[in-house]
Design a protein. Structure first.
Length: 91
């Protein structure tokens, strides 16, 4: 009976040790993955800044105005007159 109880305690100890080892290994693996993803993010940030610069350059109003006047032959309108018509009584 004592041997059976000692064997059961040993089995429980081994199982708990294996569970602890699995959790520790998973934690270390996740830590390495996070570190690798941070490195990838740091590598992508300069490219993202450059792409934002290119977008801002393409959206610049002077550039759009130049394209409109040169390639699309657009011009500013002459003087515009507006006529305000009253709809009657104010409500």
């Amino acid at each position: 009976m004592r041997i059976l109880r000692a064997f059961a305690v040993l089995i429980i100890f081994v199982l708990l040790s294996l569970i602890h080892l699995a959790i520790s290994t998973g934690s270390i693996k996740t830590s390495y993955e996070i570190s690798e993803l941070k490195q990838q993010l740091d590598a992508i940030k300069p490219e993202n800044r450059y792409l934002n610069y290119l977008v801002a350059k393409e959206e610049a109003l002077p550039r759009i105005e130049k394209l409109a006047t040169t390639k699309l032959d657009m011009i500013y309108p002459e003087k515009m007159n507006y006529v305000v018509i009253s709809s009657g009584e104010a409500r």
